[in-house]
Ligand binder design. Structure first.
Ligand code: IDP
Ligand code: MG
Length: 136
């Protein structure tokens, strides 16, 4: 069984010229890139994407940030366990806790600007891909 994740280089990662490096790591790990798009996320899509955080104090800031500039969105696929493998490559949510060698552990210092998003489960992958890559 294969699994799919919605991956996104966030506005900070794109602005810092890290898209290629991050995509390269994903490719070299063995994931298949099914689709890729550079775009500025619509506010409505951002609010839906981060809907689980709607009641959190940082929600407004999060939506502002994720819509503040271009992101690179990817649909990636791998074998069973691939969604977790990608999360492990990303590192923890707060980059201060992320191990060196992970993407956040190598390129980020602040929780609000942690350069990459990846679906937290195969079910989230399905939901997020339906939102950002309808018809995939
Ligand atoms: P994840 O991106 O590792 O899945 P989530 O808990 O789903 O982490 O949070 C979504 C995003 O919201 C994080 O990547 C981070 O950028 C931001 N975030 C999470 N917690 C905080 C916080 O306490 N303050 C500010 N931003 C936060
Ligand atoms: Mg999350």
């Amino acid at each position: 069984m294969s699994e799919r994740s919605f991956v996104m280089v966030k506005p900070d990662g794109v602005a810092r010229g890290l898209s290629g490096e991050i995509i390269s790591r994903i490719e070299r790990r063995g994931f298949t890139i099914l689709a890729m798009r550079k775009t500025v996320m619509e506010r409505s899509a951002a609010e839906e994407h981060y809907g689980e955080h709607r009641e959190r104090p940082f929600f407004g800031e999060l939506v502002e940030f994720i819509t503040s500039g271009p992101v690179v969105m990817l649909a990636v696929e791998g074998s069973e366990g691939a969604v977790k493998a990608l999360r492990d490559m990303m590192g923890t949510t707060n980059p201060l806790d992320s191990a060196p060698g992970t993407i956040r552990g190598d390129y980020a210092l602040e929780v609000g600007e942690n350069v990459i998003h990846g679906s937290d489960s195969p079910e989230s992958g399905v939901r997020e891909l339906a939102l950002h890559f309808p018809g995939l």
